[in-house]
Design a protein around this ligand. Sequence first.
Ligand code: GCO
Ligand code: MG
Length: 403
Amino acid sequence: MLKITSAKVVVTCPGRNFVTLKIETSDGVHGLGDATLNGRELAVASYLTDHVIPLLIGRDAHTIEDIWQFLYRGAYWRRGPVTMAAIAAVDTALWDIKAKVAGLPLYQLLGGASRGGCMVYGHANGADIDKTIEAALVYQAEGYRAIRLQSGVPGLSSTYGVSKDRYFYEPADAALPTENIWSTEKYLRTVPELFRRAREALGWDVHLLHDAHHRLTPIEAARLGKDLEPYRPFWLEDAVAADNQANFRLIRQHTTTPLAVGEVFNSIWDAKQLIEEQLIDYIRATVVHAGGITHLRRIASFADLHNVRTGCHGATDLSPVCMAAALHFGLSVPNFGVQEYMRHTEETDTVFPHAYSFDRGLMHPGDAPGLGVDLDEALAAQYEYKPAYLPVNRLEDGTMWNW
Ligand code: GCO
Ligand code: MG
């Protein structure tokens, strides 16, 4: 038996907030799990410290599935982003430990590599179409095979996906939520033109993606999907909120543009109808927000039966610990689609030294035993937690809308 002897939560803010669980064992081997929930970080930190860590001490670190079931069924209050991020952190840390004990990179325990690397997409954005294309050309020159395009919308002073910095996009930018103004009409006039111009400038050999960030109604999303068809997008992401999974039926009936959704999903049940009815093409659920590697594998296996491929969320609010886990998972899973990759800042990368790397549009988790990521605790302690919220959206008449 490999006893869990201690566990602790480290909250650090090297440019942005991260919550990390560290589990230690009787053999001196430790494991890490990401528990970051953007804008609600301390809720997960408390859930872990006050309600989960006391349950872990003395358990066998090798019994990953049993501990997952214990934390899921044993909470009685199932699911939800806070609970599932906490379970994910435990699960990821335990996989890290198991792989370190085996002396193997985690992907070897998940069945081994199914491909040479994971195709990733980068984020090209700009205040207008010209600037977005300019940014996309830089990504293309760097070897990216897939690029997400987001552009400012004429008449709107700010919108989702458009960054103040050329390379780093950080939407959780204020101690209280910033208010953005949204107009679907203005937005729907801009995106097809963005894609037309992008195909002209970038050609047809690169995959182009777009995120509508939950702002459309199903019929509006159907129209956008149709308008984008001539430019063959890789996917249209989060066209509508999926609280009601049946929303996607209407979109599906009208367009062949591939659909991706699920970065906010925390369980297989959030995606059951979407997958079973083949209403989507890519599932965006990721390690930290969907119950860890154990649960994400279950979602991916179910998706595989229905021709749905993975497209894990990989924004900057997911720490390098999650990124590493996602790459081990992505390298091994048969129905891998693409992995999102938003570069972390240098400060973040130094707090979390890691073995994963980027080469000509593909990422590899590296061959260090375990996840191949560590946490420099002394450095982490120098970056104190800073409250930060994601923005909110209002329509031009003041009505609250989805951000
Ligand atoms: C994406 C996402 C992010 C989210 C962010 C919220 O596709 O990468 O939509 O940009 O907005 O992760 O915390
Ligand atoms: Mg998104």
